[in-house]
Design a protein around this ligand. Sequence first.
Ligand SMILES: NC(=O)c1ccc[n+]([C@@H]2O[C@H](COP(=O)([O-])OP(=O)(O)OC[C@H]3O[C@@H](n4cnc5c(N)ncnc54)[C@H](OP(=O)(O)O)[C@@H]3O)[C@@H](O)[C@H]2O)c1
Length: 267
Amino acid sequence: MRTLVTGATGMVGRRVLAELRRRGLAATGASRTAETRLDWTDTSNWDDVLDGVESVFVVTPTGSGLGNRVAGFLDRAAEAGVGNAVVLSWMGVGAASDQGVVEERAKRRFARWTVLRSNWLDQDLTEGDFARMARARNGRLELPVTKRTAVSFVDARDVANAAVTALVEDHHGREYTLTGPQALTFREVVRMTKGTDSPVWRFKAVDESRFYFRATDRGWGERYVDTLNERFAVAVAGGAAEVTEDVRAVLGREPIPMERFVRESTV
Ligand SMILES: NC(=O)c1ccc[n+]([C@@H]2O[C@H](COP(=O)([O-])OP(=O)(O)OC[C@H]3O[C@@H](n4cnc5c(N)ncnc54)[C@H](OP(=O)(O)O)[C@@H]3O)[C@@H](O)[C@H]2O)c1
């Protein structure tokens, strides 16, 4: 069985690929810059990429407008005989979103599918665009939320381990909402980074337009920033605070708490 891991350079995909290999399973990492080149906007090598693949882990880049392209890839994968699709999605997204379109296509085209809807990742604070933004502002993260906005952040290691479990065990036809063990405000999270080398160590709540200008000044695309603003609006309305049992249901253990993430990812 060979698994194709898309988004293989990203926060979750990279860990899925590493964990499959750690278990001695055959896996290929794919993205525009991974070992196997896969671009959702370029169909020319999709048949080659899918040759000999049994399972696929599907990552739709956030705010890219590529949902229909990724869904088209799933059509091609199903036609090529891929039997199992595990889809990474975002907690609380609607059916019309990029992730929603991909979820629906996986359910329609594959007899074996699993949907993993993740909440905001702990690793956004250390690896992604927010970490870069904070580094450029002397550690200050400025986001369009309120002081009270709480999020049940989840560790990308738990999401990746859930994905690997779904790829190798029978979780077919299941949808999981993956959260951390508690909802925390951004201020509470940033307080935990005190005395560490975390790229984020100060926090300021700003309005949407200020975030928009800061982000577009950094070269982030408008669609991406609009999508982030939508996700933040959901969080402000309380829609990212739910704590679920689904990490425990899939992994048989508690999710990694934020304190442990901060301890292990900083010095
Ligand atoms: N970040 C979060 O807090 C969060 C929370 C909940 C859910 N999620 C879900 O996690 C997934 C990834 O999130 P993210 O975007 O924040 O993660 P990310 O870690 O930045 O990963 C995005 C991946 O997509 C690849 N990619 C980008 N454009 C591509 C293209 N045109 N063709 C092929 N691959 C492309 C990137 O690799 P290359 O640049 O090498 O192509 C990268 O590996 C999304 O489905 C999102 O809904 C994220």
